[in-house]
Every structure is written in structure tokens, then in C-alpha cells.
Design a protein around this ligand. Structure first.
Ligand SMILES: [Zn+2]
Length: 338
């Protein structure tokens, strides 16, 4: 098969690789209906994370089960399934507590920008849809694999509640789906922080009531102004830089919560400063598996349309163009069709 490999910053190749095989009785092989480029794929693409060796790329996936190992009981060939970027047994204490991305037996799922994918711990990891979906539902189901699940976790971690005021830092796909999640959870007011017109428009479609274009201290001041000097009850931090984290903490009212899901790059917190904010922090790699059944249900019933974040669709072999378009912010998120 041909699949995506990152050789060095800016050097994405679509090249011949061995097709994945069942290597453990708990594996499944999935033939992907769609995959995509993640914002986190851009860190090594931009040279901000090292690329020590040619690396198969991609960790967002949905598709049809092709083959299962002999220990698998919960999914079978022919079913349409969705899974998350960490495989998890879904039975250990951390999984049972809802933190499947900290599973005691977790394994990263990689190499999903390909026609075929091996998913370890398939019984715990994969969730099947009621039947094979119509094609127009595939982007939304793919979104559930990571970006929607991550935006949803940001909102859960930030303790979004009906009627409350929510601010979202970051206008990438995760931030935009954080807006959608907050709306779905009944937030009264949702302030999206974005200076890009097409993203502001999508944020409003997803439920944003206000848009703030300022950043840093000016962004914090604007949130304070919009909340009569109080700050937001819940803030979703969906970027992962020192500036965005600081902006999130300072935009939160005392007693409020920050849900942080941007992978931190250079974030340092000052204990003294944090102490006096009275802000709760919760975040980490989103335990998407916890939310998959509910999110699949919301997509299946067409209650939400998270697939709108894919504003570029390419055949998988054009994957390098997907990276370029996202790197240059010409696209919010690129969907790839094998
Ligand atoms: Zn586990």
C-alpha cells in the first residue's frame, strides 16, 4: 500500500510501505474511509518537534473493520468503527475512571494517513456505528476520532454548565469544536477568540455569541470588559503556547476553570501567580474514548455537524498539499480520502 511518511520538516512523502498485519490477538485491521491532518502533525512538520527518523503519520481514523485477531469479541469484519489516538483496554482503573488516554496498557495509534491501519487493543478502543453510515456522515464521525473529542473534553474539563459564560482560546479545529461542545452543553454565552474571518464565521455557526479579535493582555482585557470585569466561568485553552495558557488563566473568574487541551510547547506556570487566581486547571490528552458513544450518537442523529471543520478534501495521495494548506492557514483542517 502507499502511505504517508514524514522524513524531515516540510518533507511529507506518500510512498510504498508494507500493509499492516495482525501482530497480537487483540489487534484489528481497519480499512479507512477517511483520515485527516491534525494540528499536532504540524509541530514536527514545522520543525518544532524533532523528526529523528522517517515517521508514518496520522492518528485520526474511521472505516470498515477488515480483519480481527482471535481474541476480539466486540467488533467484527464489515462494521464501521471509530477509535482514538491512544489504544486503551477500557477495563483498567484509569479507563474505568474515564481517562482512557492514561490507560495502564495504552498504545499510541500511528500511521493512519494510509488506506489500512492496525489498531491495538481493538475491543477497548473501537466503537462501532449502528450500521455503515451514509457518506455525508463520514466527516463528522471522523471528527469524533480526535478534534471533536478533544474540544468536548476541553469543555468538560472547564466545567461548562448550562447558562454559564465560556471563552475559547484558539480558532483551530479543536477550538471551533470546543465552541460547538460548549453550545451543546448549554452554555449561555460563548466568546470565541479569533482574528480570521472564515473561522469567526464557523465559530458563530457552531454557537459563538461573541468574537474577540484581540490577543494576549488586550484579549484578556476584552473578555473582562464583556463580562463586567468578572471573567469567564469556563475557559477552553486549545492552543498550547505560553501566551495562550496565560491568556486562558487570566480570562477566568476566581473559582472558574480552565480546560487545557493544546499540547504544551514552552508553557511554564508561576506558582505564586496561579495561587492568587483561584482558578482550577484540568486538561491533558483528551480521553476521547470516554465520549465516543455519546458523540457518535449526536453525529448519527444529525444533532451536531462537526464535519464542517473540514474545509479541504483531498485524495490521500495529495496528503502533502493538506499539510501545506494547514501550515499556511489556507485550510482549517484537511480531510483525506484513501
Ligand atoms: Zn485501561
Amino acid at each position: 500500500m502507499r502511505a504517508t511518511v514524514l522524513y524531515a520538516p516540510g518533507d511529507v512523502r506518500f510512498e510504498e510501505r508494507d500493509a499492516p498485519k495482525i501482530t497480537a490477538p487483540t489487534d484489528a485491521i481497519v480499512r479507512l474511509s477517511a483520515t485527516c491532518v491534525c494540528g499536532s502533525d504540524l509541530w514536527p512538520y514545522r520543525g518544532l518537534n524533532p523528526v529523528p527518523r522517517p515517521t508514518p503519520m496520522g492518528h485520526e481514523y474511521c472505516g470498515i473493520v477488515e480483519e480481527v485477531g482471535r481474541a476480539i469479541t466486540s467488533v467484527r469484519p464489515g462494521q464501521f468503527v471509530i477509535g482514538s489516538f491512544f489504544a486503551s483496554d477500557n477495563t483498567c482503573p484509569h479507563c474505568l475512571a474515564g481517562y482512557q488516554t492514561s490507560c495502564q496498557h495504552r498504545e499510541p495509534v500511528g500511521g493512519a494517513q494510509a488506506p489500512l491501519l492496525r489498531v491495538p487493543l481493538a475491543d477497548g478502543t473501537l466503537v462501532a456505528t449502528p450500521e455503515v453510515p451514509p457518506d455525508d456522515l463520514v466527516p463528522g464521525l471522523l471528527a469524533a476520532s480526535d478534534v471533536l473529542g478533544t474540544g468536548w473534553f476541553a469543555a468538560v474539563a472547564a466545567d461548562v454548565k448550562p447558562g454559564k459564560t465560556v471563552a475559547v482560546v484558539g480558532d483551530g479545529a479543536v477550538g471551533l469544536l470546543g465552541v460547538l461542545s460548549a453550545k451543546q452543553m448549554g452554555a449561555g454565552r460563548i466568546i470565541a477568540m479569533s482574528r480570521h474571518e472564515p473561522r469567526q464565521k464557523l465559530a458563530r455557526e457552531f454557537g459563538a455569541t461573541d468574537v474577540v479579535t484581540e490577543r494576549g493582555d488586550a484579549g484578556v482585557a476584552r473578555i473582562k470588559e464583556l463580562t463586567r470585569g468578572v471573567g469567564a466561568d469556563s475557559v477552553l485553552e486549545c492552543v498550547g503556547t505560553a501566551e495562550s495558557m496565560r491568556q486562558a488563566i487570566q480570562s477566568t473568574r476566581p473559582g472558574g476553570a480552565v480546560g487545557f487541551v493544546g499540547v504544551p510547547h514552552g508553557v511554564q506556570l508561576d506558582g505564586q501567580e496561579l495561587f492568587y487566581t483561584h482558578v482550577r486547571l484540568h486538561g491533558g490528552p483528551a480521553p476521547v474514548r470516554r465520549f465516543l458513544p455519546e458523540l457518535i450518537g449526536l453525529v448519527w442523529s444529525r444533532t451536531i455537524e462537526p464535519g464542517k471543520v473540514f474545509d479541504l478534501t483531498l485524495p490521500l495521495e495529495k496528503v502533502a498539499e493538506g499539510y501545506r494548506a494547514m501550515d499556511e492557514r489556507r485550510a482549517i483542517k484537511a480531510l483525506l480520502r484513501p
